[in-house]
Design a protein around this ligand. Sequence first.
Ligand code: SF4
Ligand code: SF4
Length: 78
Amino acid sequence: MVKSKKIRVHPKNCVGCLTCQLACSFTYTDRFNPLEARIIVEWSPEGSKIVFTDECTDCGICAEYCFYGALEKIEAGD
Ligand code: SF4
Ligand code: SF4
């Protein structure tokens, strides 16, 4: 499990909706299967544990589908 270099995580904003995992899974496997995602979210009220697998490409699609501000794409220069 690795930290993403392109996505900043804000664990306390995460509501555990798993939309990020579904978006990643669909992008890379054409299936909506959170278990096949390259991002793994373990929700907790104190702040979710959010990690990326070694296969993560840093494409940022998961961040685009996080509507709660828990995943923030880091733009160049940030
Ligand atoms: S990181 Fe965002 S999209 Fe993923 S589970 Fe948390 S709130 Fe949902
Ligand atoms: S950055 Fe791309 S590959 Fe990595 S977890 Fe998000 S959607 Fe999946």
